[in-house]
Design a binder for this molecule. Structure first.
Ligand SMILES: [Zn+2]
Length: 259
């Protein structure tokens, strides 16, 4: 089935969907929404691949370790898992200094981030970046790799919540920026949604978190990515169909998907 939308960052691999994972995926597929489930640790990464393998198309996996994970980064595990054809990216990885980690925890985050950047370059896969209260630190590291590897370094900043200046630095790096349902209820994102060029942004749900209006407070799911796309169109004052088609094209190109 040809997609109409792609939820480029969802977590149907989490236990929140244990009771109705198949039905949730079916609702997305019936609505022509493709889904990319994102790992946070080894178990969820493995499971994201298993879910993707059950479907011939429309379901993919990104594998990696979240910056707040306590696990030791297992390079061999991820390198092996990434050989699966359904793996389209490495992450979500990055830096998260929101809870003011001590020096040792910061070092650990940075080491795991660097290992995943290097793995993504080695395997020619894009990075799915999670970054919170650490944009400048993350950008220093990424620019270092950019100098060395050029366009081989590719990635997306998911759930972006920085300012337009930071957004510009990310765009200069050649990375994309993706938005979640938070833009449907938090007005401070409007400036950003207008600022990022339409051909450099993607849509995501980050489900089960941050359900968009009108599903606020409920468990989120990939189907609701439509609301994110619709909000992007209305904030920018652009035609919904034009925005939908462009965001779809951006994701297909970014993850090199076959439709
Ligand atoms: Zn996530």
């Amino acid at each position: 089935m040809k997609p109409q939308f792609i939820d480029i960052h969802s977590h149907l691999n989490l236990s929140d969907y244990d009771a109705d994972r198949e039905e949730t995926l079916r609702r997305a597929q019936d609505a022509l929404v493709w889904v990319i489930n994102v790992g946070v640790e080894k178990k969820e990464s493995q499971f994201a691949v298993e879910i993707a393998e059950k479907y011939s198309d429309g379901v993919y996996a990104i594998i990696g370790q979240h910056p707040t994970s306590e696990e030791d980064f297992d390079l061999d595990f991820y390198r092996k898992l990434a050989k699966n054809k359904k793996v389209v990216g490495i992450g979500e990885c990055g830096l998260d200094f929101f809870r003011k980690p001590d020096e040792k925890s910061r070092e650990k985050q940075i080491a795991a981030f660097r290992a995943q950047i290097e793995l993504a370059i080695e395997l020619d896969l894009p990075l799915m970046i999670h970054c919170r209260e650490a944009y400048s630190e993350a950008l220093v590291i990424l620019n270092e790799y950019k100098k060395k590897y050029g366009d081989k370094l590719r990635g997306d900043f998911h759930f972006f919540a920085g300012d337009t200046g930071t957004a510009q630095k990310i765009l200069d790096l050649g990375f994309n920026i993706s938005f979640t349902g938070v833009i449907t209820f938090a007005r401070e994102y409007e400036k950003l949604v207008k600022y990022v060029p339409l051909d450099r942004m993607m849509s995501e749900t980050d489900c089960p978190f941050v359900a968009p209006v009108p599903y606020r407070g409920k468990r989120n799911e990939p189907l609701f990515v439509k609301e994110v796309v619709s909000k992007i169109a209305s904030v920018r004052g652009e035609d919904f169909e034009k925005v939908r088609a462009q965001l779809l094209q951006n994701a297909i190109k970014f993850f090199k998907l076959t439709v």
